[in-house]
Design a protein around this ligand. Structure first.
Ligand SMILES: Nc1ncnc2c1ncn2[C@@H]1O[C@H](COP(=O)(O)OP(=O)(O)OP(=O)(O)O)[C@@H](O)[C@H]1O
Ligand SMILES: O=C(O)C1=C[C@@H](O)[C@@H](O)[C@H](O)C1
Length: 255
């Protein structure tokens, strides 16, 4: 798709090609009454070849096209884990707002901070979020600071927001020596701690919080997301399901 984006007075237009796999036809897969496979393990039984069905596959029809927004501090694994989750669901594509910003502006993020300051970067980030949120069936990995602008929440809340929460010490080990612009300070660990303290309340507005401990690898984090999402969908059924149950309890036919 094409995203026109503005940095200062320049307008740049790029084509951003997402993903690399085909989406299923939604008409066929939606509303098949797929249940939570963790509560009905028979759903994970495969065919005679002994292969099991990945519970992530069964998220596709249950999510009804909703986007998944991964939020959290830099280095918590939003891009890496987002890619795994999208591939495992199979009918979802990964979009990464940092990645789109870099492609759209032909500039690396540190260069944007340098040229436009943090506020300039945040402005572009909001524009990108506005452009991607109408798409469906996407896992959208976001920049660590996207939660700080209140206006961004009106877009994030059109999907399911998943907070990847890891301790600053765990994050630091993973991103030490990289060029994240906000960490170019005397004491990057303390900066991370301060940033997390500032943003914690915002991240906590997410629908799901995934606590990432040091011993969890990327696959395990993805699996925890899949598990928690199935339970989240049980606890927050789509409006049509509630309407159907109500109609049927009142003896009405559901058309
Ligand atoms: N659970 C994990 N275990 C070990 N390494 C991990 C884990 N999750 C992510 N990593 C590694 O940490 C680094 C940062 O991950 P990633 O770029 O996905 O984070 P991010 O949240 O997208 O960061 P940013 O917001 O700055 O783009 C990568 O090198 C990645 O391979
Ligand atoms: O935490 C942040 O504010 C940031 C995180 C990265 O993902 C980038 O979006 C950028 O480096 C800013």
């Amino acid at each position: 798709f094409t995203i026109p984006t503005r940095l200062s007075r320049r307008t740049i237009t790029v084509r951003y090609m997402a993903g690399g796999f085909e989406w299923e036809d939604p008409g066929e897969v939606f509303d098949q009454g797929v249940e939570n496979p963790f509560k009905n393990p028979d759903l994970m039984k495969g065919g005679d070849d002994g292969m099991k069905i990945d519970p992530a596959r069964l998220l596709g029809p249950r999510l009804n096209g909703s986007n998944l927004y991964l939020v959290g501090m830099m280095g918590t694994g939003k891009s890496t884990v987002g890619d795994i989750v999208a591939r495992r669901i199979g009918s979802y594509n990964l979009l990464d707002t940092d990645d789109i910003i870099e492609k759209a502006s032909s500039m690396a993020i540190p260069e944007i901070f340098e040229a436009e300051g943090e506020e300039g970067f945040r402005e572009v980030e909001t524009q990108i979020l506005n452009s991607v949120h109408p798409y469906v069936r996407c896992v959208i990995s976001t920049g660590g600071g996207i939660v700080t602008r209140n206006e961004n929440w009106s877009k994030l809340q059109t999907g399911i927001v998943v907070w990847l929460d890891a301790a600053p010490e765990v994050i630091m080990k993973r991103i030490e020596g990289t060029d994240r612009p906000l960490l170019q300070t005397e004491d990057p660990l303390q900066t991370l701690k301060d940033l997390l303290e500032e943003r914690k309340e915002k991240y906590a507005q997410s629908d799901l919080r995934i606590e990432i401990t040091e011993d969890m690898n990327e696959e395990e984090v993805a699996s925890q997301i899949v598990f928690d999402l199935h339970n989240f969908i049980d606890d927050n059924p789509p409006a049509w399901k509630l309407a159907k149950a109500k109609a049927q309890s009142e003896g009405l036919d559901w058309v």
